[in-house]
Design a protein around this ligand. Structure first.
Ligand SMILES: [Zn+2]
Length: 507
């Protein structure tokens, strides 16, 4: 597959994705790299993508489009999640061998909320240009770099450090050539915290100095020990791998059947019992990056972080996605090249468990993936509603016509909103038709559904929602999955995609 560009420039000069424009040349877009005309390919069968009208893709178009779209998102939303701040310290001592420590510094904030964001902004009075120069509420300046082709050079990093300008770098290289929507890209750019690193943090120098002092104390201590032991014996033994490393290495050697047996024993599953469905969730992305079968890595993560049948175990502590990632990484030996995909798979899996009611995701700040265990048993908590499978959250305006139907599932309903912009009706119709093939068994007519949706003269009321529900066999989950696929509702923390005004807002 050629390197198609994922974002093109529309007539207003904005970067847009293929889902938010009319089909074909009518999209009116150009390539942000070469300025060539762009065609929006929106097939009923094939995936949707932009391509050059000339038929040949220009070099660098995909990278430029991704870079510009990422910057546009930051400039508009003016927030970015911050990466964990971990400092590595490594020295090879000529007699005492390897000394390696890392310090995980707890940051007071997990996100930069910018009161000002400038594109391609000069850094201080120096020779360097920042992708985004930002200003925080306390009027300190910060720098956000988006890496697609070029990472921050050494000299620039040095300049930032010398001028005490905090800087993070977001690595989007793995996304080049992928057909993403702007909304999907927004998660990677604004909310994900595993694809970025600190180029400069102002605490860095002082913590590094502390770690150096610790190292020197360690050398002094070893030197004294060596002097004491000098007479009777020879050099100290070489450093040993830690117990945990050894245990993990041994674990990886085990045949899968043994691992399964072990998990079943821990979980108290009888030999004849089937493996729970929520522990082999076919995650959309990244599962291949974890070198273990789906049921094994998901079962192991569940046991490590969630399973707590008695209710007084350590699993009750909140945990973060980076913690799960670090654990799974050393447990299963995720390779460095695919760590990003592995993180995605874990996030999707935890998201599924959250929707089942095992976990609650802490939304203290944007992108802060912290989870609290709500339910530590093997099987998901029971729902009071008769049928809906344990899947997803409900919109704020899910029918609550009678008080009696309000159940304890209420907390799960937060966070859904109607989008401010909807896709054009023909696009919505195509999406509804495609979606209907996935909802097997539904007596669903995409045309009638879109008609009902796009003819509403006011913001959908509970009774209007009931009308939409009847098109989907009365199944609220299915209805809102469908509305989400069409692109008219969203989880509210996500960014808005460009489109048209919903019917009730048009003059
Ligand atoms: Zn081009």
């Amino acid at each position: 597959m050629p390197n198609h560009i994922a974002f093109a420039r529309d007539r207003e000069g904005r970067l847009v994705d293929v889902h938010s424009v009319p089909r074909g040349l009518a999209c009116g877009c150009v390539c942000p790299e070469c300025g060539g005309r762009i065609v929006a390919n929106q097939g009923h069968v094939n995936s949707w993508y932009f391509s050059h009208a000339s038929g040949s893709e220009c070099a660098g178009g995909a990278e430029t489009a991704l870079h510009l779209a990422a910057k546009q998102l930051i400039l508009r939303q003016r927030r970015v999640a911050l990466p964990p701040f971990v400092i590595q310290f490594r020295r090879e001592h000529p007699s005492f061998g390897l000394y390696e420590r890392s310090r995980d510094v707890t940051l007071p904030e997990k996100i930069w909320q910018l009161v000002q964001a400038r594109d391609e902004s000069r850094i201080g009075t120096g020779p360097y240009i920042a992708d985004i120069g930002g200003r925080l509420g306390d009027v300190s300046d910060v720098v956000v770099e988006v890496k697609v082709r070029h990472e921050v050079e050494h000299e620039k990093a040095h300049y930032l450090r010398a001028n005490r300008l905090p800087c993070i770098e977001i690595d989007l290289l793995p996304l080049v050539g992928k057909q993403l929507t702007l909304e999907e890209l927004a998660w990677h750019v604004l909310d994900c915290d595993t694809n970025r690193t600190w180029v400069n943090h102002n605490e860095y120098t002082s913590i590094k100095a502390e770690m150096l002092a610790e190292y020197e104390a360690w050398v002094a201590c070893r030197t004294r020990d060596a002097a004491e032991a000098a007479r009777p014996r020879t050099a100290p033994p070489p450093p040993q791998p830690s117990k945990t490393d050894l245990a993990n290495a041994r674990y990886r050697e085990l045949p899968n059947e043994m691992k399964r047996l072990e998990l079943r024993t821990v979980l108290g599953l009888k030999p004849a019992a089937t493996w729970p469905r929520h522990l082999q969730v076919p995650v959309r992305e990244g599962a291949g990056a974890i070198p273990a079968p789906l049921d094994i890595w998901q079962g192991a993560v569940f046991v490590q972080f969630i399973y707590d049948p008695i209710g007084d175990g350590p699993a009750r502590r909140p945990f973060s996605l980076p913690q799960v990632f670090q654990w799974a990484r050393s447990r299963f030996g995720v390779s460095e090249e695919v760590k990003y995909d592995a993180g995605t798979a874990l996030r999707l899996f935890l998201g599924y468990l959250t929707s089942c009611g095992f976990l609650e995701r802490d939304r203290g700040g944007y992108g802060s993936d912290t989870y609290t265990v709500l339910h530590g048993a093997l099987q998901p908590p029971a729902r009071r509603e008769p049928k809906p499978p344990p899947r997803t959250t409900y919109p704020l305006s899910v029918p609550r016509t009678t008080g009696a139907r309000r159940t304890s599932a209420a907390p799960a309903r937060r966070g859904w909103t109607w989008r401010e912009k909807w896709p054009p009706e023909d696009v919505a119709l195509v999406r509804a038709s495609e979606a209907s093939t996935r909802y097997e068994g539904a007596t669903f007519d995409a045309r009638r559904f879109i008609d009902a949706l796009y003819r509403m003269t006011s913001e959908p009321s509970p009774s209007a929602i009931e009308t939409l529900l009847t098109h989907c066999d009365g199944n609220p989950r299915r209805t809102f999955e469908l509305l989400k696929d069409i692109g008219v509702v969203e989880e509210s923390w996500r960014t808005l995609r460009d489109g048209i005004d919903p019917p009730w807002r048009r003059a």
